[in-house]
Design a protein around this ligand. Sequence first.
Ligand SMILES: [Zn+2]
Length: 371
Amino acid sequence: MQKYNWSVDTLITRAEDLEKLYKFEERKKDRDENLLKTIKYDYEVIANEVFEMMNKEDYEMPSLLESYEYLKSLYEKCEFLWSDISFFEELTKNKLISVPTLKKNSFSKEDLLTLTHDFYRDLGNSFYGNFMKCFYRRKDHTRFVRDGINNSCEGSTIHLLTFNEDFITIRRDNTIKDFTNLVHEYAHATLFQMNPEAHADTNNIFTELLPNLMEILALDYYYKVTKDNNAIIEKVNGYNSSLVRSDFANHLITLIEEERELGRDYESNKELKMVALNKCGLTCEELNNMLEHPIMTADIILENYLLGLELYYLKDNDKDKFLNTIKKIALLDLKSKEEYYSSIKKLGITPNLHTRDFRDDLKGQVLKLTR
Ligand SMILES: [Zn+2]
C-alpha cells in the first residue's frame, strides 16, 4: 500500500475479517459474548465511517429547527454541567483578540509526523510510550486528504477494539493547523491505547479534553523550536473560536429556557427564528451561522477547553503532577457523564481559575508579535 494513504477498501477488508471472526466465535460452544459485542461495535464503527467517506458530497445542511433539536438534546444530556457553574461567562464577556491570518506553510507529511513525534517525546512519560504504540504503524494507518474531501471536519480517528487498531485522517490546510490536527488525532489514538473501552464510551464527555490540550501544548512546543509567529496566531484562533462558541451556548440556553417557560415546542424554522431574534437580539445572519453548523458546534460543551487551560497552567507549575493528572484522566472508566465530571473535579481541576491569565498571556504575546 502507498504510504500514508489508507482507503475505503482497507476498512472494507477489516469489516470482512470481522464478519469471519464473528461467525467463527458464534459457532463455538463456549463462545465469548463480550467478544461478539465488541466485534459488532467495530463493525458499526466501520460502517459509519465508510458511509461518511462515500457520501461526503451529498451532505445536506440540516434546517434551523433540526440543528436546534440536535443541540437541545446534547444540552439536556449535560444539564448537570450548566446548572453547576457559569463556566462560559468568563469567556463571553471578553472581546475577540485580533491577529493576522495564518501564513501558508506546506509541511511535507514526513515533516508533520516528525514534528508530532518530537512533541510527544518532549512531553515524555507514559503518554509518549503509548503514543509510540500507534505511531510505529503510521505508514498504513494515517492518511492525508486535500481540502474539499471530508470537508466537515479537520481530522478524525477511528479505533477498532477487536484489532486494537487506529485509522487517522487529516485534512490538509497547508498551515500550522496540519500539525495541531495531527497532534490532536494522535492524542485520540494514544488514549485508545491507554483505555480503549472508556475512550469509546459515549458517557465520557471528556474525550476531547486531552486532545485539545495537546494542541495548545504543541503550539508552544513549535514556537519554542522555530520562533514562528503562526504558532501564536493559531493559539489565539483557538481562544477566539471558543469565545464564539461560549456566546452561542449562552444564547442557546436562553432559547431552551424560553421554550420551557412557554411549555411548548417550536414547530417551524420561522417560529424558532422569531423567538431567537427577539430573545437574544441576534441578527438573522448571526443566527443562521450559529445554528447551521452543528458539527462545528457539537463540542459546544466548553469544559473541555476551559479544563484544558487549567491543566495547561498545572504543567507550568508542577510538571510531575501534571503528567500524573493527565494519566489519571486518561484512565478514568466510569458509568455516567456525571461521574466523569465529578471525578475530574476531584483531581483538583476547576474551570476558570486561569481563563483570565490565559487571555492576558495571549494578549501579551500578540503585542510582541505586532510590535
Ligand atoms: Zn477530537
